[in-house]
Design a protein around this ligand. Structure first.
Ligand SMILES: Cc1cc2nc3c(=O)[nH]c(=O)nc-3n(C[C@H](O)[C@H](O)[C@H](O)COP(=O)(O)OP(=O)(O)OC[C@H]3O[C@@H](n4cnc5c(N)ncnc54)[C@H](O)[C@@H]3O)c2cc1C
Length: 462
């Protein structure tokens, strides 16, 4: 006899864990299946050189720091998951961040007035438009319309200066650009609001939040099975029936919520769904153990475009880059002495260019790009020149595929979303990046919202 659950969730990333907690509050038998041996998916962790030497994959920043609004963002997550905000141990950055395009830059931190002041200084004619834009964003009236238009079209309803629009788009695309060229204005507004209006933060490390979520899930009776890869989704008469694991085990359930991705879930179900996005990432982390005073660095995040005119796509050539992210974990308050400080530099790459290479070519290309990125990192954080690196390692699109199974090493899901979480198969839902829940807070929100609207409310009505 096959095992049977109320709900099966594919993936123990942020969307899967949030959905698991939400459903386990209402259902007796909830199972999360994860193919990797560590949870977290795209925002996970690993150890190098000892059990106290933890490295986060991802984690430049956790957005939506402000949890005051119980119906949105972090507030909504805490309320629905039943976890007090304080337990996430988030702290704001202690230094400002920078957005930069050729010839212009803006500073920001969690005080919106810093960004506003920067705009007032460099684009004085646009300040009134910026105020209107921010006010409208906090009380969006016609979100449906925004799903139907691109972000630039929407920005042009407020602003005139193309350089300012480039500067406002750059951070949102870097942290949520799920398709080349343009993303929809609704997702743009969510990511913009999450970064600038609600503010950035970080936990001590990502394991802290993952452990918190898993503890809560298990306390509600949920089951988490690691190293269990779903190899097939069994549907009958257009409805979900069961999953089949790589080891051949069949597990039945009333429904399945998948964070594997829309295209990827389609493949598991023998269907062709969604559209992949070519964008993946290459990121190098350097850890140093030097006093803060020796580092002489200014910015927590540096979001940079080297293009004259902002055009969101990854270069066609492997190893070339147009858009860069630099993140200094050293500039969150708990990262003071004696912890090691991690500096990251990343750029966007076409995932497919890094897949299927022979080992020698892969290592050579990896070393080459790593070297080039390290030169930029040293130029941007010159204090690093005089301190010895404890560790240096790079994540490539191939790493993303290996540890998350996302096609092309996609980090924000495919170019097509299912915003309500439904698929062509009854009782098979999509959560996470491909439902439009991008980033750590986005994925958590997605797990909560799809569980609420597609499962809990519907069960209550029947
Ligand atoms: C380098 C990098 C930096 C980032 N930085 C930030 C940041 O600073 N701030 C931020 O908010 N976001 C950041 N992100 C984005 C963020 O990590 C993602 O948007 C978010 O984690 C997506 O969560 P998810 O649950 O939707 O998907 P995932 O994290 O991809 O989780 C899906 C899970 O499903 C599992 N899975 C897939 N297929 C199967 C299968 N067949 N069977 C069983 N399990 C399966 C995977 O192993 C994975 O654990 C970053 C991402 C990367 C890669």
């Amino acid at each position: 006899m096959a095992e049977r659950y109320d709900s099966i969730i594919i993936g123990a990333g942020f969307a899967g864990l949030a959905a698991g907690i939400r459903l386990a509050q209402f259902q007796e038998r909830v199972l999360i299946l994860e193919s990797h041996f560590i949870p977290g998916g795209l925002n996970s962790y690993y150890f190098r050189g000892g059990k106290d030497k933890l490295f986060n994959t991802g984690l430049h920043t956790v957005t939506n720091f402000n949890a005051k609004n119980r119906r949105w963002g972090f507030g909504l997550i805490c309320r629905n998951l039943g976890i007090p905000a304080s337990e996430f141990s988030l702290v704001p950055p202690s230094r400002p961040s920078l957005i930069e395009v050729p010839g212009a830059g803006l500073d920001f931190n969690n005080d919106l007035d810093v960004l506003r002041g920067s705009i007032a200084e460099r684009f004085p004619a646009e300040v009134e438009a910026f105020d209107r834009f921010c006010t409208d964003m906090s009380q969006l009236e016609d979100v449906q319309r925004l799903y139907g238009i691109g972000s630039r079209t929407w920005l042009e309803e407020y602003f005139r200066d193309p350089v300012l629009m480039d500067l406002l788009e750059l951070p949102v695309y870097i942290y949520g650009g799920y398709s080349e060229k343009q993303i929809d204005a609704a997702t743009f507004s969510t990511v913009f609001r999450s970064i600038f209006l609600e503010g950035c933060s970080s936990p001590p490390d990502i394991k802290h939040i993952l452990d918190l979520l898993i503890k809560r899930f298990k306390s509600l009776g949920g089951e988490l099975k690691m190293r269990k890869r779903v190899a097939r989704i069994d549907c009958e008469g257009g409805a979900f029936r069961a999953v089949e694991l790589a080891d051949g085990t069949r597990i039945e359930a009333d429904r399945c919520l998948s964070s594997a991705g829309l295209c990827e879930t389609g493949q598991l179900a023998g269907e062709v769904w969604g559209r992949t996005c070519p964008l993946s990432v290459f990121e190098t982390v350097v850890s140093v153990n030097a006093p803060m005073t020796d580092l002489q660095a200014d910015y927590t995040l540096q979001l940079i475009s080297e293009q004259e005119r902002f055009d969101w796509k990854a270069p066609d050539e492997r190893g070339a880059f147009d858009h860069l992210t630099l993140a200094a974990s050293a500039f969150y308050d708990f990262a003071e002495e004696p912890h090691a400080k991690h500096f990251k530099i990343g750029c966007f790459q076409k995932g497919e260019l890094w897949l299927g290479l022979d080992e020698e070519t892969y290592q050579r290309e990896k070393n080459h790009l790593e070297e080039r990125l390290l030169q930029v990192l040293l130029a941007r954080y010159p204090g690093l020149r005089d301190v010895e690196a404890e560790h240096c390692e790079s994540l490539t699109p191939r790493t993303v595929v290996t540890y998350t199974s996302h096609l092309n090493g996609g980090i924000y899901g495919g170019a097509e979303k299912t915003f309500d979480g439904t698929t062509a198969v009854q009782d098979l839902f999509i959560i996470g990046n491909d439902q439009g829940g991008i980033g750590i807070m986005g994925a958590l929100t997605s797990g909560v919202v799809v569980s609420n609207f597609q499962v809990i409310l519907k069960s209550a009505r029947t």
